[in-house]
Structure formats: structure tokens, C-alpha cells
Design a protein. Structure first.
Ligand code: MD3
Ligand code: FE
Length: 209
């Protein structure tokens, strides 16, 4: 089932069943073996994020003292990002309604105390493509607003297996993660000691063609 939270913001609770979550975790273990999580930093100040990140696909989103950008290589190892696993390309095809493949999958790992401040995703050239999000592990208290930082927001619980698709009028909406509800899932525990939450965002970066 699917719920339109705001124009262009589609929420699909339970999109991935337990077997699909396990298959996705297996694919992510291989991604993270090739491209380890690193700690991104705020531009200028160098303040560390509380979320660790990595990517797969031809491009990855990175943050360091120089700024925010997409690049083809891991910022610490210098290696090209690992390929996007087929299971993620299939999820994009089922959810995005977009006729070109995703170029980047940003993988965010939240320890139970991590959060992500209210922001917009605006480093992509192609904003006609939606952003597709898949959640694994502990539930997140996610906040989504509108085009104005100070506008009204609503809170949504994103649980393991939930998908959310941000397109149309919601593509440039402000959003963030207020907190993680520790101990709400055990699906990550065999992979990541301490569990926490992993969120994947599939993105089209460049203009197609
Ligand atoms: C709403 N990640 O990586 S995913 C991010 O749960 C990010 O890790 C959050 O925000 C997370 O940039 C939220 C859901 C999401 C992604 C993109 C959006 C919501 C969005 C773009 C526009 C509006
Ligand atoms: Fe975002």
C-alpha cells in the first residue's frame, strides 16, 4: 500500500518484506567491504556528521571541508565506488517512474544517537528525477516540510523495509531525521555491531542524454 504524504511525496510502508531486506543487506555488505563507511564533515568548519556514509553507483555524494559534491571515487580510499547492485536498480525501476537509471546510491548509517538536520537535496543537476529512499534497521523519526525552511512540517516514522519516493513538488522539500528509536529492529545486527539504522537514497545526478 502507498500513502501520498504531500504532493509528490509517496510513502510505502513495508515495501521490502523480510526476505527482500535480507537480500538488500547481503548486497550492502559487499558494497561496504569495497567502500567502507567514512565520517563526512561540514564545509568550512570541518565539524563531523553524526551519520557515517558511503556510496555505490557511478557517482557518490561526499561532504568535506571543501564542500558538498558528487564524485566518482571514495574520499578516503580513492577507489571508484562499487557498482549499484541489481536489487537497487530493480527498486528504482519499481518506484521511480523515471526512464533513466540512478547514478548514485548514498548509504547513510545512523548509530542510535545520530540525526540529520533539516536540509534540501539540491546538489543534483537532474531535479526532474525523484529521490527514492529505502530504510533498514531501527525506526527513524523523519521530518518533511515544504519549499520553505520555516514552513510547516510533518513527522513520519520510517521503519525497516519502508520506502519513500520524493518527486514532483516534494523533490526540493526540506527534510531531516530528528532521532532514531533504538532497539526497534534487529535486522542489521549480524552485519553492523550495535545495529542502528541504514538509509539508502537512490538518485539521478546528471541530466540524461
Ligand atoms: C524529502 N536522508 O541522505 S531519506 C539524505 O533518512 C537524507 O537518511 C534521510 O535526507 C535519511 O539526504 C532521509 C528520505 C528523503 C530523501 C530525499 C528527500 C526525503 C526527502 C528529498 C526531498 C524531500
Ligand atoms: Fe536529504
Amino acid at each position: 500500500d502507498s500513502l501520498e504524504l504531500a504532493p509528490g511525496c509517496r510513502y510505502l510502508p513495508g515495501f521490502l518484506d523480510r526476505a527482500a531486506q535480507a537480500a538488500l543487506i547481503a548486497a550492502l555488505e559487499a558494497v561496504v567491504a569495497a567502500a567502507p563507511f567514512y565520517t563526512p564533515r561540514m564545509p568550512r568548519t570541518g565539524k563531523p556528521f553524526s551519520v557515517e556514509m558511503t556510496n555505490c553507483g557511478s557517482l557518490g555524494w561526499v561532504a568535506d571541508k571543501e564542500g558538498y559534491r558528487y564524485q566518482a571515487t571514495h574520499p578516503e580510499t580513492g577507489a571508484p565506488w562499487p557498482a549499484m547492485p541489481p536489487v537497487l536498480l530493480e527498486a528504482w525501476e519499481r518506484l521511480s517512474g523515471y526512464p533513466h537509471p540512478p547514478e548514485a546510491c548514498l548509504v547513510n548509517h545512523y548509530v542510535p544517537t545520530a540525526k540529520m538536520g533539516l536540509h534540501r537535496d539540491e546538489d543534483e543537476r537532474d531535479t526532474a528525477a525523484p529521490v527514492v529512499s529505502l530504510s533498514l534497521g531501527d525506526t527513524a523519526i523523519f521530518r518533511v516540510g515544504g519549499a520553505q525552511r520555516k514552513g510547516p512540517t510533518r513527522s513520519v516514522r520510517l521503519a525497516s523495509g519502508d520506502a519513500i519516493v520524493l518527486g514532483g513538488d516534494s523533490r526540493l522539500a526540506y527534510h531531516g531525521v530528528d532521532r532514531i528509536v533504538a532497539g526497534t529492529s534487529t535486522v542489521l545486527e549480524d552485519w553492523l555491531p550495535g545495529g542502528g539504522r541504514v538509509n539508502l537514497t537512490l538518485r539521478r545526478v546528471t541530466l540524461p542524454g
